[in-house]
Design a protein around this ligand. Sequence first.
Ligand code: PLP
Length: 635
Amino acid sequence: STLYCIDGWGEPYFSVNSSGNISVRPHGAETLSHQEIDLLKVVKRASDPKHSGGLGIQLPMIVRFPDVLKNRLESLQFAFDSAILAQGYGGHYQGVYPVKCNQDRYIVEDIVQFGSSFRFGLEAGSKPELLLAMSCLCKGSPESLLICNGFKDAEYIALACVARKLLLNTVIVLEQEEELDLVIDISRKISVIPVIGLRAKLRTKHSGHFGSTSGEKGKFGLTTAQILRVVKKLEQAGMLDCLQLLHFHIGSQIPSTALLSDGVGEATQVFSELVRLGANMKVIDIGGGLGLDYDGSKSTESDISVEYGLQEYAAAVVQSVKYVCDKKGINHPIICSESGRAIVSHHSILVFEAVSASSYDSPVTSSLGLKYSVERLPDDARADYRNLSAAAIRGENETCLFYADQLKQKCVEQFKDGSLGIEQLAAVDELCDLVTKAIGVAKPVQTYHVNLSVFTSIPDFWGINQLFPIVPIHRLDERPTKRGILSDLTCDSDGKIDRFIGGDSSLPLHELNGDGRGSGGGYYLGMFLGGAYEEALGGVHNLFGGPSVVRVLQSDGPHSFAVTLAIPGPSCSDVLRVMQHEPELMFQNLKHRADEYLHQNDDGSMDLASGLAQCFRNMPYLSPGLSCCLTAANG
Ligand code: PLP
């Protein structure tokens, strides 16, 4: 586990068990040892139709643990409750989950259910997000906040006003000054007294990648002058009482508590000024930004790590709000946060399979063949070869590398000219690989082909270079003998993972058994901490759709679990429909052709139509168990 730094990023949810498999601790630090769940067993049960109780759900697969989600929510609430108690803070903490992080129905429903005893609410940033938040919060606590962020048109604002009519504790947060006129106008028409918040552009700036929207020039929020104009307008409309919440968002992955305290302190000054100007201020909403330590380094050096945990985060927020409020002599407000990443990341694990590996170390020519091929090289290339051999005998590594490089360059040029055959070029490549390997400058890095689309399942790796921990979920009691990069199924050169946490350009991996699915079965890898953002951002590049999803609950009995939901990923038909194709029509066209073919050639053994129909129904990923639906149809 130290090889993959699991203790660093996985605590308290992931560890390695005595079988060498990843063990999930669904209740975090409170998990008893008999409650631990072996992730490989979950994958086998969900995917293997031959496994007892096997569901035949295809990989790649997201395995969700709602108990982990519950534990994250409760831990966040506990961190704030403890800080509030310890510091004698006069208000309470009441968080919301920003649904943009993952709008999956079951995740949002779970959060509302798990959080209803402590009034946990939701944040929406668009009309469909508001619709789903409204519907889910009908089952939540009536006090739970429903925060409406994002750019708004009249319809969005009308919907938010309707939400208040439906007794949902809705706050319309002004993102732009122009939204205010709409709010005043529409709320009067619908006869609702709105609760209004405003998003302030703070001067505090988070300089990392995730902070590009912060600071005075940030995309969102109101400047100081705009805030004053909003107050004036509300006063003139007799609605200053409606202004009750101040929101800001410094950016995601806030690296340090120092930056956090700076931002929260500045925002609390704005808050206290709004109190002074007569607004009915009740809530300070500190936005998202509670970061995760993706590489376990607890360092502020990179975007993927933070130096604090939940407790330190909560303590810094409470202290900063309290300090300013006490100095200004105002009541301590309700503290709201919109933590997304920190709530949903841990509970989803993306599991995928390495199906084959290619390497540079499988010679196609024997050493005799190599010598023969090299001897047939043109004169100047042969001279390089002789110099290379002499340097090798003298043990001069640098000179060896120099001649190897020169030899290779010359041969490539000659191949491009058409004066060198493909066998000679292959022989030279091999020779150069042998030299670098013998000298030990380059450990051979293999390419592991994985049944996955990076664009669909890890878009932030491609889009913003974000790294996630990736680890084999089994064989962790066996020293990995290889190093590899992961190459996905898309025919796109960006569809590979060649950077890993810890700054490595390859990952320690185990040798595949035979073709990767030999006697020991497949080789399964897990991408961890990817529960936020990745699913909604992912696209359908090459028409690979989303992975299958299974939901796993711990159940009675030692190490027992139940798969309570198993949803296969989108089929070929589903992804074709996304691009406006009509699979039913396509099938009919193809069936017509197949019927014509069979009419002329039929020997009675082919059922092309049902094979084609099956292809439309299957997922686009490699499906070893089902791969031959067309040949299976054949007799
Ligand atoms: N609130 C707002 C307004 C955001 O823009 C975001 C995301 O960037 C969040 C909350 C969630 O942030 P995080 O996932 O860092 O908690």
